[in-house]
Design a protein around this ligand. Structure first.
Ligand code: ADP
Ligand code: MG
Length: 258
């Protein structure tokens, strides 16, 4: 399996001005390096504040790193032109914990999905109708949902739609940041199984981010552990109980329920 994404010595310092009462720069990521292989589900785990979303936002180019490089398909994405950035964003999609970041609560689900296809200029109207029909089938939702507004959906349904919105343009790489954390445990399991199934049919690579090692271990092929902005461990899920594990990973593992 070849690499699709390589993170090299990424550091991020937030300047003090963003945080009230804290007069110190915040080193959110400290020289983080690892690579994600094409077609795998890579889990990034760490407690709240460990830097997971910062790293995700840097990969998505929503914020800039302080230093380091990121290669996507061997191209340094820290130095993209506007046109290259647009092409890159089409290959990469994200599902957040709060689906309102993807879905406008005042627009119908159908409007939002069609809008995504329009922005990315994919397919004719007929082709897109068929694409939407197919993705709804895959996320196991009826077509009448297209006429609904996001506030009318349950948490689990919103996350299914958010996943459909991300996958409708067939990205190569999907980032899911705490995508099941707000859901009840039984709904979490349904969404995790759905992600597994979709990954097998669509073959995208996935960076799955969670504070919950339980969830990560269930879904992911390999796991990276972030602690205070440092990558302290990296292993295949099958080696999660190995004595080689970092002490911090072991403390996370103690609370695991599988
Ligand atoms: P996680 O997603 O693992 O909970 P984050 O990446 O959100 O962690 O945060 C990592 C650290 O960076 C935290 O200390 C957080 O307070 C800080 N941080 C995150 N976003 C900002 C910001 N926009 N400005 C200043 N500090 C931030
Ligand atoms: Mg976060």
């Amino acid at each position: 399996m070849n690499e699709i994404l390589r993170i090299e010595n990424i550091s991020k310092i937030y300047k003090d001005s963003a945080i009230l009462f804290r007069k110190k720069d915040n080193l959110a990521l400290d020289n983080v390096s690892f690579a994600i292989k094409r077609g795998e589900i890579f889990g990034l785990v760490g407690e709240s504040g460990s830097g997971k979303t910062t790293l995700s936002n840097i990969i998505l180019r929503l914020i800039k790193e302080t230093s380091g490089k990121i290669y996507f398909e061997d191209k340094d994405i820290t130095k993209l032109t506007k046109e290259e950035l647009f092409a890159y964003r089409k290959k990469l999609q994200v599902v957040f914990q709060n689906p309102y970041q993807a879905l406008n609560p005042k627009k119908t689900i159908g409007f939002s999905i069609r809008e995504i296809l329009k922005i990315h200029k994919v397919g004719t109207e007929e082709e897109n109708k068929e694409k939407i029909r197919q993705i709804l089938e895959e996320i196991e939702m009826e077509e009448d949902v297209l006429g609904y507004y996001p506030p009318n959906l349950s948490g689990g349904q919103k996350q299914r739609i958010a996943i459909a919105c991300a996958l409708i343009i067939e990205p190569e790489f999907l980032i899911i940041d705490e995508g099941v954390s707000a859901l009840d445990v039984s709904i979490q399991a349904q969404i995790l199984n759905l992600i597994k199934k979709l990954q097998e049919t669509h073959n995208f690579t996935c960076l799955f981010i969670s504070h919950d090692l339980n969830v990560i271990a269930y879904l992911c092929d390999r796991i990276g552990v972030l602690y205070n902005g440092k990558l302290v461990d990296l292993f295949e899920t099958k080696d999660i109980v190995s004595p080689d594990r970092n002490e911090y990973t072991k403390t996370l593992f103690k609370s695991i329920k599988i």
